[in-house]
Write a protein that binds this ligand. Structure first.
Ligand SMILES: Cc1cc2nc3c(=O)[nH]c(=O)nc-3n(C[C@H](O)[C@H](O)[C@H](O)COP(=O)(O)OP(=O)(O)OC[C@H]3O[C@@H](n4cnc5c(N)ncnc54)[C@H](O)[C@@H]3O)c2cc1C
Length: 423
């Protein structure tokens, strides 16, 4: 038997001679927000699936993320919005200060639902809503193989297992094996890094539920109350650490953040000093050029991608995770249309129906994520403190090209047609 781990990742082998140890209907590579949300969407429409996660447990790093109105609609479709709402405060608005630009801008979220959600809570809530056995840990996908007698994909795992699937959905993040197999341009380093952490106030804090951002000298720092006792902070800089050890050591991440806070309001020091010891992370930001998605092949046969595997974007408009939840709901709906009802028909007919469903998904997603990726990239490029010319572009051009600054968060990807078959 071939050892998949000895192959180049993402390679395609014709006429492979391996033993298919297993057969699964729908397989999802990656058990992050995208993989788990897609699995939940599929179960809610009555389609069984298997999530393959490379880690030995759920990956909950990254502290927290902002979920906007569009995400709450999707979480409602997935049936877990209420649970998350009770644990995360609704934000009233944001305040952005940049002394260099003379900027002190307040934005009301009156027409939006925005909450800063702990990643661990989101991931665990998604996983808890899935039937037992839906996630298989220690299952790293290393290659997709195509056998000569069928167009259905075979998935090779690092441990030597092969799984044949009717549908393969790559939710395996910014270094996706599946998007590489599809031939999509890889993600790139942005040359910026972000430290993030969770701070705890056992007696309660006194911050209003708002997103606070300060920008100075190329550093963008902010904090957001999650609930009465926890606050999420982030620090984004236009550089990456010279020593990658810093990125791995929580103490060094905190120290480095404190060093970068010179000249910022004193409250930031206190927030960072209160960081929960296991929560800080330092991430080298990666993104994909928007045209790679617009012109790339997002679906081949019955293989497609979702989440960061498709549309890794910069974090400047906080839409990476929100749009990943959109993918999940739309995939669930499209595959339900393609795989349910009527008589199954011949194998070829079934395959054609699945391919049509996936093409519909790609058509629905391409322009939407292209616009979000573009807006996010440009927002980061033109952020306050980037000089007068950038200020001019920001004030005169952005509004004309993209309209309402927060308009993207009103997107409604629609509901799932849940069946009772799934649970
Ligand atoms: C600094 C920063 C701030 C952000 N802020 C926000 C925000 O405020 N709001 C927002 O909506 N989004 C935000 N995002 C984006 C958001 O975090 C991502 O878009 C989201 O996590 C994508 O989820 P995913 O499941 O596609 O990928 P991931 O979360 O990366 O999950 C991929 C999963 O696949 C697994 N995996 C990888 N390779 C394999 C393999 N070969 N085989 C099996 N498993 C594999 C990994 O272990 C992981 O569990 C931010 C991102 C960053 C970096």
């Amino acid at each position: 038997m071939h050892r998949p781990s000895q192959r180049q990742h993402g390679s395609v082998a014709e006429e492979d001679n391996h033993n298919h140890s297993e057969y699964e209907g729908i397989v999802i590579a990656g058990g992050g927000i995208g993989g788990l949300a897609t699995a939940l969407a599929l179960y809610r429409v009555g389609l069984k699936c298997l999530v393959l996660e490379q880690g030995s447990s759920l990956r909950t790093t990254g502290a927290a993320l902002n979920l906007w109105t569009n995400a709450w609609k999707e979480l409602e479709a997935l049936g877990i919005a209420e649970d998350l709402r009770t644990r995360h405060a609704r934000l009233l608005g944001s305040r952005m200060v940049c002394v260099e630009d003379g900027l002190d801008k307040k934005v009301s979220y009156r027409n939006h639902e925005v909450r800063c959600v702990k990643r661990s809570v989101l991931i665990e809530t998604l996983a808890a809503a899935l039937p037992s056995g839906a996630i298989r840990f220690n299952s790293r996908v290393v290659a997709v193989l195509r056998s000569s007698n069928s167009d259905y994909p075979t998935i090779a795992l690092e441990d030597g297992t092969y799984i044949k699937a009717k549908v393969l959905i790559g939710c395996d993040g910014v270094n996706s094996v599946i998007s590489r197999w599809l031939g999509i341009q890889p993600t790139r380093l942005l040359g910026r890094s972000t430290s993030r952490g969770l701070s705890v106030y056992p007696q309660g804090h006194s911050f209003e539920p708002r997103l606070y951002i300060n920008l100075e000298n190329g550093v963008r720092v902010g904090y957001i109350p999650i609930n009465d006792t926890e606050v999420f902070w982030f620090l984004n800089r236009k550089s990456v650490p010279k020593d990658l050890e810093t990125a791995r050591d929580p103490k060094l991440i905190i120290q480095e953040a404190l060093d970068s806070l010179k000249g910022f309001p004193e409250e930031y020091h206190d927030i960072v000093l209160r960081t929960q010891t296991d929560s800080p992370t330092l991430t080298l930001l990666r993104f994909r050029w928007p045209w790679a998605v617009l012109f790339g092949r997002i679906c081949k046969g019955t293989v497609t991608i979702a989440g960061d595997a498709m549309h890794a974007m910069t974090p400047h408009i906080g839409q990476g995770g929100c749009s990943t939840l959109e993918d999940a709901v739309i995939l669930g709906r499209c595959l339900a249309e393609g795989m349910h009802g009527k008589s199954i028909g011949t194998k070829d007919e079934e395959k054609t129906r699945i391919q049509t469903a996936l093409k519909k998904y790609v058509t629905e997603r391409k322009w939407r994520v292209f616009m979000l990726m573009t807006k996010s990239y440009i927002t980061g490029l033109l952020q306050p403190g980037s000089g007068r010319f950038m200020k001019f572009l920001r004030e005169k051009i952005m509004a004309k090209v993209f309209g309402n600054a927060l308009g993207h968060a009103h997107y409604d990807c629609g509901s799932l047609y849940a069946t009772t078959e799934s649970f």
